[in-house]
Every structure is written in C-alpha cells, then in structure tokens.
Design a protein around this ligand. Structure first.
Ligand SMILES: [Zn+2]
Length: 302
C-alpha cells in the first residue's frame, strides 16, 4: 500500500484551520471585542512593515488579555500545529528546503511497517533457537502457548484483550502477527495495523466526513501494534484511542495491543480512563516481553 504523506500533512493543516475557525466563531459569540480585534488585525496588512509589526504585537497582547478575561488559554486563537517546527508541512528551511524530523520519522516507520509484513511471523514459523538462553526460552514457550490458545479461541477467547509490551526486538510484534495470521486462517475478520497508521486513517476519515472510528470499533479482532510511537494529534489521538478501547470493551470484542509502554507510561500518555479500559483486569492480560534481544536470523543463516 502506498502512503501519501502529502495528503497526511494536508489533512493535519486542514484540521488546525477548522479548529481555529471554530474557536474564532466561539469567541465572536462570547464577546464582540474579539471580532473588533480581528477587524483591526486585517487592516494591518495595509500598513507599512515597521508599524505593522508593532501593531500586531499590541493586538496580540490585547487578544491575550481578552482570552484571559474569559478564562481561555492564551494560545487559544493561534493555529495548533502537531509539529510546530514545520507547521505541519513536513518541510523546514528557507531557501533550502529539507525534510522535517517529523517527516523523516514517518518515512522510517512506513519502511519498517512494509518490512514487517512477514509470512514467517506465524505460530508455525516460531523458532525456539531465537532465545539467547534457557530461562528466556522457557518463558517464551509459555507466552507462545498462551497466545496460540488465545488465537485458537477467537473470536470469543476467555481473556478478550492482550496487552503485549516491552522493548523492541523481544518478539511482541511477532506474537501479534501470529495471532492475526491464525485468526485470518480461521476466517475471522481481522485488522492488524500500527498506531501511527490508525492515527493517519482516522485523520483521513475526519476530512472525508466518514465515521472514522467505525472500522476500528467493529472489527472482530483488532491487533494494534506500536502503540506509543505515533504522533499525539491534539483532540484526535488520545480521544480516538479511548473511544475505540471503550467501545470494544462494551461490545466484548477481542483486541491485542502492542506497545513499548508499561502500564504507568500508558496511563501517562493516554490518560487513566484509557489505560483502565486497555488493562481492565477482568478481561485483559498484560504480558511483558523483557530480557535480552532475540537472535533474529535472516533467510539462509541457519
Ligand atoms: Zn515537522
């Protein structure tokens, strides 16, 4: 699948414009002084450059005072970019245009995602010799057995949710992939994707006026990988994850969350409410993937 980063950034920018316009309307309804300020500001365009700068900063101070008076944050009427560095364009620098760090990160994630589509990541492809020592091999076999049983009892496993967490290279994505592959083999509708991909699809959904969360709340098995590495888009990322986790709990659907965050970090990033849905003791099992990195072998080096 081809990723369209330009469209992604365009969606982000549209989102901040829409949010700003909504806030301007809200403020105008609250106090006519906001509209008066905007009118003054639009006249600044016709002023000589030097005076304009001064007037703009005076107007900005007036605006901040007005926001304060109404108990609103001082940046309420400024565009809220996900990446202030590039203002959600993906590029920085003038006159030499360079890719912004946020764009480089996305490109890397896409490459990693493409590389991960791996047909050997199945329960059948599991190899005990990837574990560096006997203790971790025993532990790994237990986790394997648990996850395979989970996969074989889908779509209604006794424990409906798994939270697989730990550092990269410990096999948690492998396990998620294996569960998804087994479910698909059994004809269970499955959606396996990374959190940044979900983020992107939700953004796209918002701009096309679909109900962007429906896919994620209804699919019988959702395997959500790399939770915690996606960009936190204000009013989108954390809110969507809560809505999805909450709805899936209510609908008693099976979900596998895969993350590098422990439970505290999960709560810190997405909020207590969301963490409590994902780690709900009555229906969830958290499995830590720790120890040394696994010896992942490439094709041919047996
Ligand atoms: Zn950026």
């Amino acid at each position: 699948m081809k990723h369209d980063l330009e469209a992604y950034y365009a969606d982000l920018r549209r989102r901040s414009v829409r949010q700003l316009e909504a806030r301007q309307r809200e403020c105008a309804a609250l106090d006519p002084a906001f509209s008066a300020l905007r009118a003054k500001r639009s006249r600044v365009f016709f002023m000589p450059a030097q005076g304009a700068k001064l007037t703009l900063s005076t107007l900005r101070m007036e605006e901040e005072a007005l926001l304060k008076k109404h108990g609103l944050p001082r940046d309420y009427l400024l565009p809220a970019y996900v990446c202030p560095l590039c203002k959600d364009t993906g590029y920085v620098g003038d006159p030499v245009r360079q890719k912004c760090a946020c764009r480089l990160k996305l490109e890397q994630q896409y490459l990693a995602e493409a590389a991960r589509i791996n047909e050997r990541e199945t329960f059948e492809g599991f190899r005990e010799d990837i574990y560096p020592d006997e203790a971790s091999r025993q532990k790994g076999k237990k986790v394997f057995a648990f996850c395979e049983k989970y996969a074989d009892t889908l779509p209604t496993p006794k424990i409906r949710q798994l939270y697989l967490y730990g550092m990269t290279g410990r096999g948690k994505s492998f396990m998620g992939n294996a569960i998804a592959a087994r479910a698909i083999e059994h004809g269970i509708e499955t959606l396996r994707l990374t959190a940044y991909r979900m983020n992107e699809e939700i953004m796209k959904g918002f701009s096309t006026n679909d109900s962007p969360l429906a896919r994620f709340t209804r699919v019988p098995l959702l395997v959500l990988d790399d939770l915690g590495t996606e960009a936190m888009i204000p009013n989108v990322t954390a809110e969507s994850l809560f809505a999805i986790a909450d709805q899936r709990n209510t609908s008693r659907l099976a979900t596998v969350y895969i993350s590098n965050l422990n439970s505290d970090e999960l709560a810190e990033r997405y909020g207590e409410r969301t963490a409590s849905r994902i780690l709900d003791a009555a229906i969830s099992r958290a499995i830590v993937f720790d120890g040394e990195s696994l010896r992942v072998k490439k094709e041919g080096d047996r």
